[in-house]
Design a protein around this ligand. Sequence first.
Ligand SMILES: *Cc1c(COP(=O)(O)O)cnc(C)c1O
Length: 610
Amino acid sequence: MVNTAVILAAGLGSRLKEHTAHKPKGFLVIDDLPIIERSILQLRKSEIEHIWIGTGYLSQEYERLAQKYPQVNCVYNDRYRDSGSMYTLYNMRESVREDFLLLESDLLYDIAGLKNLLADTRSDVILSSGATHSNDEVYIEMDEEGHLIAMSKQIELLGRVDAELVGISKVSLDTYQRMCRLVEAEFHNHLKWDYEQALVEVGKKKPIAVKKIEKFTWCEIDTEEHLQRAKEVIYPKLKQPAAHLSLPIKRNILLNPGPATTTDTVKLAQIVPDICPREQEFGDLMEWIAEQLTVFVAPKSEYDTVLFSGSGTAAVESVISSVIGEGKLLILSNGAYGERMAEIAQVYHIDYEVLESSSVLPLSLDAVEASIIRNKNKLTHVAVVHNETTSGILNDIDAIGKLCALHEVDLIVDAMSSYGAIPINMKASNLSFLISSSNKNLQGMAGISFIVACKEKLQKIKEYSPKSYYLDLYKQYEYFQRTHQLRFTPPVQTFYALEQAIIETQNEGIEQRYRRYTESWQTLIKGLDHLQLQYLVPIQYHSRIITSIKEPTSRNYEFGAMHDYLYNNGFTIYPGKIGQTASFRVANIGAITYQDIERFLKSMEEYLSM
Ligand SMILES: *Cc1c(COP(=O)(O)O)cnc(C)c1O
């Protein structure tokens, strides 16, 4: 775990004239607090214990900070007038002897950026964002895998612009030492190296990851114009809007499998000026949302997202009614959501067959392959649920996708309750259609469902005669491509909430979100053991997102009464849905942590001991 930070703060800040005549740039004040102090407080909140500041111009100001904050130490660069940021960093090599977070001193930023980098399992990661149009950007070019290729203020030096440098990076000791060795050989020529240049050079020898958070809230303050933007645009966004509401929103812990608990910022994102959804501005919003939903799971050059108004089932129904054509569908079912796909196929008179299997075990790949082979002549599609929400079993869609590739059939995946938490790579796993909705692991509001589809497969269904009017997948796709609008009225405010939910998903990162969910699930499993309650699915098959629990046999237990008791304490649980075994379910998705699960377990213990 990284617990050290380095802040580069030697510069003159000469473009800010009177503001920096008596104080370095880090001491620009926004809402009564110098930006360097806000940064230090954010680092401390992120469990950073040692902060090294590379000083130069008016270094005594930083020395004074070091008196105030025991975590802070300064290293003075006496050549600050004629050297670049890399020399300041090089100058600290005797002090900095571990991996660290590297920050510039003149940043105003969302603390989520620190948390994201710290939780990333890779050791060298540069934080970047989408376009800010702030003037003076450092542009980044990266390769297909998201590794650094080039970085410069001069666009013409890049092959392509993929992102903008934020000025917060995670640097391993090895990379730092390589950067130092590299510039050491050059310092006799000049001291003007930027740390960005050195990172690019090292990046040619070892992979340096670029983490892009599309709408990351941040700014650098180099000019009067930047300062104004910081005060008027960025800082208001960083302040928690809910803190200013006179009516706090009660926080309920939803342990039902979606809609999930949302953040206040997602709730409040719905309060926007009225807008006609046929306006360009709203079209742009939906386009951005569709693109982000694609890139979470697939390359946008080959895949596209089609949006629908409606709950998740609307998108499932759209795919099943639109993509099969004259072919045959094999539905793999080990729970109620697999069965639901069969019911839909039945309604639309699709040629289909169901491979039923145990509702407490994952699908058997051998049985799946045997079914595919048995249907060889007519079979065109296979459909499966990723996380079967009835039981909490995780089906192996990667293995099934590879089977489908082998037998040249298309795979449809209902990823309603896995998308946004469990990393999915559609291309690598050979998935043609992936279905999810706004209100589960994305932690948005209910009302939008979507399909991430392989573009080539979408083109193929163009010729099929539609079986549904509203849910016609090709029409919905084609109309949006052409007009930037949905065919029918979208849930306008729900889209604004989804935008915010996506921003928060990107801030946290999907892998990190899954780690948070996993922590909650582990807490739950431990608590169930303590209460001597048993779960239905063998533990190694758990999705860690939802758990089916056998009902207690104690005399005074009754689901309705326990539900009501918990509900009155702010926790919502969900009835079971599996065969004959009496059970109930607990989902640990949404904007909650393991501490909420601890409180829930205590509440359940209270009920059971009454
Ligand atoms: C939630 C869910 C659905 C869709 O349910 P809606 O009530 O229509 O949103 C479909 N499949 C799975 C696996 C689910 O978890």
